[in-house]
Write a protein that binds this ligand. Structure first.
Ligand code: ATP
Length: 325
């Protein structure tokens, strides 16, 4: 897999306070990567370091394969657009004037792309209105438009939904999805609200007290949270055949060591090693019928557990208690 950003054992201390401690992270190309953590977890610090606004105390990172201590990193950073903390906009300027100013700062010769950029973020009709009169959502979208000047292919947004009303949140979400799908921009978004990110993220990094607790793809997270029955069985292979036969969706969660079957057994499969293990069975399951079928296949059910976890409870279990909203 190709990674836009890799962070290796990164630490950042403010005096003696460790805001980041040995943090590792990998953002795949084309992903919408949700960086999830409580207030004070270290999200903004990490983003500031990656954007080159702060130096790491220890560790390093690469952007598009370029190491942060190589000279080439300055040019590579031009591929990166970011809105860190609050959007950097001039309040006494219109949306168009703000973008022109950013073009000048970046030394871009032509303003031709500006009307399209304003349209993309839904600010094409704001005319002479100064940014001061914009809603919070409009300001946030203008901040994103500024970050998009120079055509970056990696966009970093620090808590873009913070303080927005539901409509504003939907608009930002749709914009991020559009940028990712239509312009193939890789996006890193930080948030303390997992539920909001779950509508768009393809990958997650859970950060807590300056540590990366877990990186997981959206697919893996959904699978981990889907309603299922976990069966610990004496013979995973036999259980698989029964589950396929019953037309049930399942996944082998863990496979233990094989136990030698009794020599007196006659069937071929019984003469092979029977491995204990756990299978997750998804959907509506008629338990008694399934247990009977398994017994007929000489497969014992050793234990059974229902699993139905929400994303939020998965996260809370991971980082422990008092999750703030
Ligand atoms: P929030 O969403 O509240 O901004 P965050 O996850 O972005 O949280 P950071 O802003 O990175 O967290 O802060 C991580 C920790 O580092 C916090 O405990 C914060 O108080 C501390 N911190 C951040 N900046 C500084 C600084 N300049 N000097 C000292 N401590 C700081």
């Amino acid at each position: 897999m190709e990674y836009v950003l890799t962070v290796n054992a990164l630490s950042k201390r403010y005096r003696r306070f460790p805001a980041l401690s040995g943090l590792n992270m990998r953002v795949p190309k084309g992903a919408i990567y949700g960086l999830v953590g409580k207030n004070g977890a270290g999200k903004t610090t990490l983003i500031r370091v990656v954007c080159g606004l702060q130096e790491p105390t220890e560790g390093d990172y690469t952007l598009y394969g370029v190491h942060n201590r190589e000279r080439e990193i300055l040019d590579t950073r031009k591929r990166l657009g970011a809105v860190v903390e609050s959007p950097a906009i001039y309040l006494d300027m219109t949306a168009e004037e703000n973008l022109k100013e950013q073009y000048r700062i970046l030394g871009l010769p032509s303003f031709d792309q500006i009307p399209e950029l304003l349209k993309l973020v839904g600010l094409a009709d704001t005319g002479k209105k100064k940014a001061r009169q914009f809603s919070l959502g409009m300001k946030q979208r203008l901040g994103i438009a500024i970050a998009l000047c120079g055509d970056p292919d990696f966009l970093i947004l620090d808590e873009p939904a913070n303080g927005l009303d539901p409509q504003g949140i939907i608009e930002i979400r749709e914009l991020i999805l559009k940028l990712n799908r239509e312009r193939q921009i890789t996006v890193l978004i930080s948030s303390h609200i997992l539920d909001e990110l779950s509508r768009l993220a393809t990958h997650y990094g859970f950060i807590h007290n300056g540590h990366m607790v877990q990186e997981i793809s959206a697919k893996e997270l959904i699978a981990a949270c889907r309603k299922s029955v976990i069966l610990k069985v004496s013979d995973v292979e036999a259980a698989s055949l029964v589950l396929i036969d019953a037309g049930l969706e399942y996944e082998i969660v863990s496979e233990g060591s094989g136990t030698r079957a009794d020599d007196s057994e006659t069937t071929v499969s019984r003469r092979m090693a029977a491995a204990q293990g756990s299978v997750a069975v998804y959907g509506e399951v008629a338990i008694s019928e399934l247990v009977l079928s398994l017994a007929e296949a000489n497969c014992q059910v050793l234990s059974m557990e229902n699993r139905d976890e929400s994303l939020e409870s998965y996260y809370i279990n991971l980082v422990g208690g008092e999750h703030n909203e």
